[in-house]
Design a protein around this ligand. Sequence first.
Ligand code: SF4
Length: 370
Amino acid sequence: MPGALRSPLACAVVASPYELAHDELAELLEGEPRYRVAQVWRALWERGARPEEMTELPRSLREVLGDLLRPALAEQARSAAADGQTVKWLFSLHDGAQLETVLMLYPDRATVCVSSQAGCAMGCSFCATGQAGFRRQLSTAEMVEQVVVARRAALPRRLRNVVFMGMGEPLANYDRVWAAVRHLHDDMGLSARHLTLSTVGVVPGIRRLAAEDLPVNLAVSLHAARDELRDRVVPLNRRYPLSVLMGACAEYVAAKNRRLSFEWAMIDGVNDTARDADELAELALPLGAHVNLIPLNPTSGYSGRGTPGPALKEFWALLAARGVNATVRANRGTDIDAACGQLAARSGASSRTGAPTSRAVAVRAPRVPH
Ligand code: SF4
């Protein structure tokens, strides 16, 4: 047991400082002056400081905390776009599971896309994470740490937006995700308006979300607007078909008065026809949903490819002509495997062969479709 702390909690190595509730931190620091608790809490949550960086603490205490409070995330790979505006991490966890995090930098702000599960059980046909399958739920601390790391890397820009659109289906890990949202809002000071949860259509989760006290944004990864097609692209649709999903979306909009968005991965010849635009408009208009069109990132396990630029613009124009508010999102992912699951898929071989645990790759720019 490290020497400086008398608390029984100090007998155990804590996996992540972000696993500790405020009263558990107070217990850990038992015997220290009372103001230390607020000092350490602020250093962790407001600055994202590591214990060795907490120079306001005596050196002995810094060392003890450094032994006890170990980060949950170990950087295994990092890719940076050539223009430096996008960074993607592959982190490994204590049990060998992996997760990905993407930071997108803009002139005046930054957005981080975090993972909520290691892998995913939803099996969306076009998605590298879905192709690799589900490993386990991420803990709240594992999600919070992704934001802490990204916030540090974004400096001097302010990390303003957090989107749960990385690996996994956030509403299938509801309690831990919501605890992370509360920490981001209550302890890191992020506005609920800048927090977005995405889902492929976990209807009970949308209904729970509608009853929460924070009005976060909801992004539904729709990708198809008729059941016959969506059953194939997003298998969860067989359980919660579009009529049920749209009902839950309407409840959310009514309860929260927040803008709903539909994410639409544009797949050449699959969901980018005039018929698809008409069907999408019929779903989006009554809900006032904003549509994000994202060219599909290619993955090795799916033969479909992204809709080419001219066809994508045509699709956008069809939506606009119907009065739908739609945006074509730049695909910031192709060059650095930034679509969810791609870096993990590519890195698996190198980690098994004992390749270096961290690497830097210089490339162009990305974006993550859920
Ligand atoms: S698109 Fe999202 S929900 Fe579907 S398999 Fe990939 S990570 Fe899971």
